[in-house]
Design a protein around this ligand. Structure first.
Ligand code: TEU
Ligand code: CA
Length: 571
């Protein structure tokens, strides 16, 4: 068996502060708004709240550009609001996990303002500077061909010093130089500052990018038509990553803190295990990106790719079995603030299917081995923006830059429309629309027009109509979290077995702990579909949960209805 730990038994709920709940009617969510909903969150069965960045920030990237790590963005509240939030959560036996964004700062951070002011600044070496490259015609070029996550070069030129600084994300997000021990000390102090204040852990943003290949070599040309190239091989999981993570891991262990790292662009469990294997004392778990990149074409993140259920099975099986066998731990998610809504993306938001589909995905995700992360609104089956929304409704710089780049490349109108449709499916803004609290104006999120439009379906799809409805998506998520709490042996600590690796309509898996077995059967089909339950599971038992609510036993040949989910416990 595997070692027990509180963070393995915890259900996590992610909050995006701008979109959760507005308390003072300025159209922007805030910390008092969150405080007003703590009972709602507790009621789902949540143990840990992960709060996206709420620090002082010019908000070029929704707070992932931090200007002061020890203060709060005015529109979200104050430090004393955070203290109240911590207390409110602790009183309800929940914990608070903050977002630690230390691959980069804002260009408005004191450190960077000083660094860019002069080559002699004591903070110059907090960032990464390189001389220009001189082109064949004597022209000035960036030091290499790396492409930024938000399009364009990863290098920004500074006239004053005739040097470029590195930014893997926006130019307003200069990368910190982790080679500098002073940077690491500052980060450690920030970590202690928040843990001492009562925070219970961190989600570590883009954490596998902190150690770069210091030669900054050109990236291989993988996209011949593009000016700049994907360079993740040169900065993801770099040479000193584990040394840095052990340093942070030590402090985190001192406080028994929660930790989940974000490891984009890296789907190799042999590398990931080096971060999450218990004996290595780095992080508790990481977010890998294999599921959420499965539906992107090689042409780019927002070009669609058709996926097969067998691929999803292969991915899930790979991570589930690998982590279980190697003392690792999975962070399970289908949504976050960087992704489209799962019901629209991986199942169906057609009115006749939406509720079943959202519950089926809850079962799919919620009963796997790992810690489950639910993103605000996912517990309500919130859907993507409607296909009537044009690019003018988007707010996210990544999506807008991507779209503009496609348009400027001279793509045909048809290709532009394909990209726009894909942005409505996967673009980051889909999950950033205001949470739908009730059927009043602006979905009860605010009394004024919010910073982002509310999705038009809020009159029907909202929290007020779901909280007390036993058949709602919300109540179904409660049941999932109840199963995780009530059957820890099997649903938290049990092993995982993929039951049928080839069927393209039904995803079935078993969880096993000693002589206890649970079988989870999920249909991804929009039609009735017949499936044969393997012999070994046809034993005396009980249905623990089913999204159609009328299944009480298993027989060998079952007709799975559209997006049906059945959880069967053999006892
Ligand atoms: O995202 C890191 C990351 O790797 C991004 O490229 C992310 O995958 C992107 O949305 C997909 O292209 C984190 C945060 O989650 C994101 O919101 C921030 O914008 C980013 O870091 C920069 O801090
Ligand atoms: Ca507000």
């Amino acid at each position: 068996g595997i070692k027990r730990a509180w963070w393995k038994e915890s259900n996590v709920y992610q909050i995006y502060p701008a979109s959760f709940k507005d308390s003072n009617d300025d159209g922007i969510g805030d910390i008092p708004g969150i405080i007003s909903k703590l009972d709602y969150i507790k009621n789902i069965g949540v143990d840990v709240v992960w709060l996206c960045p709420c620090y002082k920030s010019p908000q070029v990237d929704m707070g992932y550009d931090i200007l002061d790590y020890r203060d709060i963005y005015e529109k979200y509240g104050t430090l004393s609001d955070i203290d109240e939030l911590i207390n409110g959560l602790h009183q309800r036996k929940m914990k608070l996990v903050m977002d630690l964004v230390v691959n980069h700062t804002s260009d408005q951070h004191e450190w960077f303002k000083s660094a860019i002011s002069s080559k002699d600044s004591p903070y110059r070496d907090f960032y990464i500077w390189r001389k220009p490259k001189i082109g064949s015609n004597g022209e000035r070029l960036p030091p290499n061909n790396w492409v930024s996550h938000f399009t364009g070069s990863t290098w920004e030129y500074d006239d004053k010093s005739d040097e470029y600084y590195l930014h893997l994300f926006a130019k307003e997000q200069p990368d910190l130089n982790w080679e500098n021990p002073k940077v690491r000390t500052e980060v450690n102090n920030i970590i202690r500052f928040w843990l001492d204040r009562g925070v219970d852990g961190f989600r570590l943003d883009a954490i596998n990018f902190i150690s770069k290949d210091l030669d900054f070599p050109d990236a291989p040309i993988t996209n011949p038509s593009a000016k700049y190239q994907d360079a993740t091989i040169h900065y993801a999981n770099g040479p000193r990553l584990h040394e840095y993570l052990r340093g942070m891991g030590q402090i985190l262990r001192e406080y028994d803190a929660f930790s989940v790292g974000e490891m984009g662009s890296f789907n190799d469990p042999n590398e990931v295990i080096k971060v999450v294997a218990e004996e290595r004392e780095e992080l508790n778990m990481i977010f890998q990106f294999e599921i959420v990149t499965m539906d992107a074409s090689t042409a780019g993140r927002y070009f669609p790719r058709k996926w097969m259920l067998s691929e999803l099975k292969r991915i899930v099986n790979k991570w589930e079995t690998y982590m279980y066998e190697n003392h690792g731990w999975n962070a399970l998610y289908l949504e976050n603030h960087d992704q489209g809504r799962s019901v629209s993306r991986f199942a169906s938001d057609k009115p006749e299917f939406r509720s079943y589909a959202a519950k089926m995905l809850a079962t799919f995700l919620g009963l796997q081995s790992g810690t489950v992360f639910v993103y605000e609104g996912q517990e309500l089956g919130m859907a993507n923006m409607p296909n009537t929304w044009g690019i003018d409704r988007f707010k996210d710089l990544e999506s807008i830059n991507f779209y503009n780049e496609v348009v400027e490349s001279g793509a045909s109108e048809e290709v532009v429309q394909v990209v726009l449709a894909d942005l409505r499916k996967k673009g980051r803004d889909n999950s950033r629309t205001p949470v739908q609290w009730d059927s009043t104006a602006f979905a009860g999120f605010s009394t004024v027009q919010p910073w982002m439009d509310v999705i038009d379906d809020y009159k029907e799809w909202n929290a007020a109509s779901q909280v007390n409805d036993p058949l709602s998506v919300y109540s179904y998520w409660r049941s999932i979290f109840e199963l995780r709490h009530g059957y820890k042996d099997i649903f938290v600590y049990g092993s995982f077995t993929l039951v049928d690796s080839t069927d393209e309509q039904v995803f079935a898996y078993a969880r096993r702990y000693e002589d206890k077995v649970a079988l989870v059967i999920l249909s991804f089909a929009e039609e009735d579909y017949s499936w044969t339950v393997p012999e070994e599971y046809l034993k005396q038992g009980q249905v623990l949960l089913s999204n159609y609510g009328d299944v009480s036993m298993l027989k060998s040949d079952i007709i799975m209805r559209p997006f049906e989910a059945i959880v069967y416990l053999i006892d």
